[in-house]
Design a binder for this molecule. Sequence first.
Ligand code: 6CS
Length: 339
Amino acid sequence: MKVTKAIGMASASLALSVALASAAGAATWRYAFEEALDEVQGKFAQKFKEEVEANSDHTIQLFPYGTLGESADIMEQAQAGILQFVDQSPGFTGSLIPEAQVFFVPYLLPQDQESLNKFFSNSKAINEMFPELYAEQGLELLTMFPEGEVVMTTKEPVKAPGDLNEVKFRVMTNPLLVESYKAFGATPTPLPWGEVYGGLQTNIIQGQENPMFFVESTKMYEVTDYITFTGHNNFTTAVMANKDFYDGLSEEDQKVIEDATDVAFEYILDYQEGLTEEALEKIKEAKPSMTVTRLSEEERQPFMDAADDVEQQFLEMTGDSGKKILDQMKADLEAATSG
Ligand code: 6CS
């Protein structure tokens, strides 16, 4: 057979299979997230993809951190409908959905995993109130989940707020997080993730915060010397779909997405068991000189006192709507931690 004829036949059969696929409604959906494939958001995304593909004819194309830009870029792409799914943490959602800054009221979330998991599973604020706020921005909130206790990594030891004096401390681009670090005595420096390693290396910044798995996987320990557990927060992230896209799906497809989200949510909570400790072990092996400190209750108190009025600032930034969310979060947390 002549090559041109063979190519002609191959493209005709490709066109036919594409036509058949679209007749059956099979589509490729794009999903971007803020971390690498083997980090927590990537593990969630892979499980979600696996479930969607096992239970429908659709395909999910994954875009890990960096392939489509920074967090702010992928959110814009999701709102514009270029992406069908996005994982963006409230740390970057502050100006879009100011109420999402509630996740940065220091010492609001518990650190014990069981209470935290219960809270994220059952919270009315997360499962009923936040979806309405995200919907106003053209987003269908699918889920929120925790990624681990946030630790500070710095070049000098941190035992008290005074130790952060004149420390340029990188935070995500979130106004309330900026206020928290001001209250802690630091000079908060909001930066996109891509500038953090280089910023520490060149001493433009001298500290940053993140969960332990991320400190290890992104090698933050190479450019800082102290890890401090202050207990002030647990990293939260959010997965959403473009709302027009989601609303345009059949009920059957919406159910596939809902079920895949539920499976991936349970999976990611299990996956993270012991992850902080594993990351610590790896860091100690890679850099034995790294100093790791867990502040005692007494040592945490000055941080708690310093952060006292951050909650008030949250209320000033968000008004009635923020107050309703905060009150509901507190009620949900009470339910999750009592018995
Ligand atoms: O600090 C950050 O910017 C990043 N931290 C985590 C744990 N995930 C993504 C985010 O970009």
